[in-house]
Design a protein around this ligand. Structure first.
Ligand SMILES: [Zn+2]
Length: 496
């Protein structure tokens, strides 16, 4: 398969097109005078796949549905990449080695958009358009599979994992357990960059990725699943591609959405193990509670500067809230954007998360289920702190406390709780934007005593403000709450 770029005059009038063809494909050169870049991609049938010799290929589609989904996809690409035009033609039927399976043509004012739009269509096509593929090998056929899923391949599985199967703790039986296991990674960022490759390489059968974020260039120093070319693209899409290239026998589920109270149960219930790769406390607490409800093991980690901490919450062991009934008072709090982070720190902690999951699936070694491991990568020092079940834990104790007592979801919620209240902004003086509502400014770095009265503490993301509120709650003051989500949650139509 290859990408070609050249410039042509007159193309703008052509509408976005998606069609299926039962006949061999021949690229058509379109005229275009407003496009500076014109990209044609041709996908070919090759003579090998996943270490097997391929003789021919067959595509089958639900044609009406495929065309309607394909048209939507192409229109979306035109809007997303400001394309002058885009055309996709996909073959159906029996194809010989060397034949063209798909042609994608994009035109844009600049070559960058033309390339990006073409590649995006190719990525999306594989799992959004219902076209099914059967590969005919010299030693049998693959059966019908989704066009981006290679299907079962015992030979590749066996070769990939032969070195680890020699370990007595794994063997063929352990490898089968890995194949049958499913793991959800919440967050496709720096922790996932350490964790995901090792879970995929070890042969965990199903991996789920949930993250609604796109790649930013400031992520790349630690989120090494991505490259500069991925900037602006969905993290779950690129991370899934990384896995497909590393180990195509792994099934990857992409969930390009944010984890919320509304969807957390659905996700947690669907996987065997949950890995928390988020960088915010509300998500960690949300997962902690959901994993308790569904009796699912959770491996969570936090990073801060050069330090990290790691712990595993088993269904019958102490949970995150046993340790922090209100909120962590430790050092590993705050987002990477606020505090700064060295790339190897989440990478290291992410690998250790993978290690916890592998131990759990395979049943050897000891978990960090009654300890918290602290690691300082400046010195290599590690320390383990003991953890116990806490009879006063709001999650494990009597009655499940779904709402954090020192956090509110909105200003409306604070008003319902308190009536009168004062907003306290604990961001630093140089942080934008300045609030346009009545508030007191008390920077977190030099925080003194808070004023009397009912207080709603806000910061950029709701992390520092939660620490402040928790500190006061622990000291017996129950009229201080943190605004979840930070200043972004100060919706303009809300009472202030
Ligand atoms: Zn607990």
């Amino acid at each position: 398969m290859g990408l070609r770029s050249c410039s042509f005059p007159r193309y703008r009038e052509v509408d976005p097109v998606f069609r299926l063809s039962h006949q061999p494909l021949i690229p058509i050169v379109h005229a275009c005078d407003s496009a500076g870049g014109f990209v044609t991609f041709e996908g070919k049938v090759r003579n090998h796949a996943n270490l097997r010799e391929v003789l021919r290929l067959e595509y089958e589609a639900y044609e009406d549905l495929a065309v309607s989904e394909g048209e939507k996809l192409v229109a979306e690409a035109v809007a997303r990449y400001r394309l002058e035009s885009a055309t996709v033609v996909h073959r159906v039927g029996l194809l010989e080695v060397g034949e063209t399976a798909v042609i994608i043509q994009t035109a844009a004012a600049h070559r960058r958009e033309a390339f990006a739009g073409c590649e995006w269509i190719l990525d999306q096509l594989k799992h959004r358009v219902p076209i099914w593929k059967k590969e005919y090998y010299a030693d049998g056929d693959s059966g019908w599979v989704g066009a981006d899923a290679p299907g079962p391949n015992p030979e590749l599985d066996a070769q990939l994992t032969q070195r680890q199967r020699r370990l007595a703790e794994i063997g063929d039986a352990g490898q089968a357990r890995l194949k049958a296991a499913s793991v959800l990674l919440v967050g496709a960022g720096g922790l996932a960059a350490g964790c995901l490759p090792y879970l995929a390489a070890a042969g965990v059968g199903t991996l789920g990725l949930i993250d609604d974020d796109v790649v930013d260039v400031s992520n790349l120093h630690r989120q090494i699943l991505f490259s500069v070319e991925d900037v602006g693209r969905l993290k779950v899409e690129r991370a899934a591609q990384f896995v497909n290239l590393l180990n195509p026998t792994v099934e990857v589920h992409r969930h390009a959405e944010r984890l919320t109270e509304a969807n957390v149960d659905r996700f947690v219930a669907s996987y065997d193990w949950i890995v928390d790769g988020s960088d915010n406390l509300p998500t960690k607490f949300l997962l902690n509670q959901a994993c308790r409800r569904h009796s699912k093991p959770l491996v969570t980690a936090s990073v801060h500067g050069f330090e990290g901490q790691l712990l595993t919450v088993l269904p019958d062991g102490p949970c995150l809230r046993c340790l922090f009934p209100t909120v962590p008072a430790g050092r590993c709090v705050g987002t990477c954007a606020e505090n700064g982070i060295l790339g190897v720190v989440p990478g290291t902690l992410g690998i250790l998360q993978a290690n916890e999951v592998l131990k759990g699936i395979l049943g050897y070694g000891e978990f960090l289920s009654h300890q918290t491991q602290l690691i300082d990568l400046r010195t290599g020092d590690t320390m383990r702190l003991s953890r116990q079940m806490n009879p006063d834990c709001p999650v494990c104790g009597s009655g499940m406390d779904i709402c954090d007592p020192c956090e509110v979801e909105s200003i409306s919620a604070a008003q319902a709780r308190f009536g009168e209240y004062i907003i306290v902004d604990v961001r630093e003086p140089d942080e934008e934007p300045h609030l346009d509502c009545a508030h007191v400014r008390l920077p977190f770095s030099g925080l003194g005593e808070l004023p009397e009265g009912n207080l709603v503490v806000v910061c950029e993301t709701g992390t520092r403000s939660l620490r402040v509120a928790a500190r006061y709650l622990a000291a017996g003051r129950s009229n201080v709450v943190s605004l979840r989500g930070g200043v972004a949650s100060l919706a303009p139509d809300e009472p202030r």
